[in-house]
Design a protein around this ligand. Sequence first.
Ligand code: PMP
Length: 417
Amino acid sequence: MNAPETIVHDVARHAADFPILSRQVRGRRLAYLDNGATTQKPQAVIDALAGFYQESNANIHRGVHWLSQHSTDLYEQARERVRGLLNAADSQEIVFTAGTTGSINLVAQTWGVQHIGAGDEIIVTGMEHHSNIVPWQLLCERTGATLRPVNVTETGELDMDHFRSLLNGRTRLVAVAHVSNALGTINPVAEITRLAHQAGAHVLIDGAQAVAHQIVDVQALGCDFYAFSGHKIYGPTGTGALYVRASILADMPPWQGGGDMIRTVSFEGTTYAQGPQRFEAGTPNIAGAVVLGEAIEYVRGIGLDRIADHEEALLAEATECMQALPGIRIVGTSPHKAGILSFLVAGIHPHDLGTILDTEGVAIRAGHHCAMPLMSRFGIPGTARASFALYNTSEDIQALVAGVRKAQKLFGVGLDG
Ligand code: PMP
């Protein structure tokens, strides 16, 4: 059995794979704790990007020449790697997108437009990222449907009684974050899916903050759609994927028209490609998808279960250290949390705190975290947020705590502790 320290040490060994972590920022060792916004990239991923253009670049699904077939094979292999990451039943259930935002908008503009009409209801939650709110608001404006947000409790959990009371015969979709980017709460998405399906609704899970931090199994969850971003799982920006259950995908109308998404085109009428290609019009981000596949291999090589344990240990340590300081309020105190610590320091605005921490080489996020309704719920303009990744260490946490102490001294607050 591993002691938590052993797990922390073991996984964080891989920090050496990330060249950016050894650079200095403002003359200080970089403590990168803004992983909820984006993760750094290991050398294997950086090399894979250059490697693709050096060795494999050609357009996909079109050419008869060797290089085009080779690049198509790599692209489709990446699709298979995404399938493996999510444990989808078939790689044809995986659509490449530009990220979580792209994935959610795709569902809203295709399946949503087809299945949601006036008088229908979409349930979201009060802790969603704007990208799992605004696409549904746009759809509601267009169709006359209504958005119903689930209340968030004082500890930053979903009020499941409220959720149950919102479900009814008009509910068409439940769109919920697997992990809250602002609070770290891991939502009971399997239970939510079960209840939603009982009520006849479909379920979309926003996995942006989950896939790099725990094992995800869409078949076990039973969800209909699962969205995530490549850049939050050590892959390139502008990449991501959407899982769509095969029976739903088969029936979804196309969204953007163009090359690659068709079967035949004529002025009498056009027919569309089957499978995920129907939603990948034009030349996609081929290199990005291939390199996302490499990032997935990298993460799975370390083991998402080990990464989850490591980040849980970091969260526990950071929570304890911060709670030991005077004037700290942690926002989001669910017992089920991923590696995200949102907090307020009495007498210091989160932006000022972020700026002072930056002078110490500590990178955190400060603000509303694209979750303004959640901030309103707590009656706060924003929080400071430290979010962990596989390469973080106790040293990063100590730098954070020392930086907060420094800020308190500068502001003349919290001096009693
Ligand atoms: N949902 C959640 C929970 C997120 O944390 C984020 C990114 N902060 C998004 C959606 C949007 O992801 P992207 O900007 O990569 O599309």
